[in-house]
Design a protein around this ligand. Sequence first.
Ligand code: HEC
Length: 117
Amino acid sequence: MKQKSQAKNKTATLAAALTLTFGLAASDAQAQNGPGGLALAQQQNCMSCHSVTRTFMGPALRDVAAKYAGKPDAQNYLAHKIAEGSSGVWGMVPMPANTQLSPGQAATLASWILTLK
Ligand code: HEC
């Protein structure tokens, strides 16, 4: 009983440490190279659910660009959706919140997506 809960604690601590390490590594890279666009999307795991041209887990990012093309508040709207998650716009599968992103990263990703049409 006691051992089990210790193991659980260890796992939780390890997970927290990993999150912290990856988070720091990502912001270091951001400070040094300032990756934008596809590099940032790959680094932030977006491309495990999205492709620019194909729909699989999430909508093709080109289709997202087309849907919001010419809408006045598109960049701001998408930056919020990217950070906070989304459901019910494209289908049955929701997008979880991407809480690891800074507001600047969410805005950069939104701007990049809107160039893809
Ligand atoms: C776990 C899979 C998953 C990950 C990771 C993911 N997405 Fe999504 N994304 C989705 C799904 C599913 C939808 C459709 C949600 C809906 O129908 O509202 C979506 C929708 C979107 C939309 C459209 C929102 C709207 O209101 O039309 C944008 C933009 C987007 N994702 C960008 C991103 C970016 C940028 C990242 C990386 C930071 C990312 N996604 C990571 C699955 C994912």
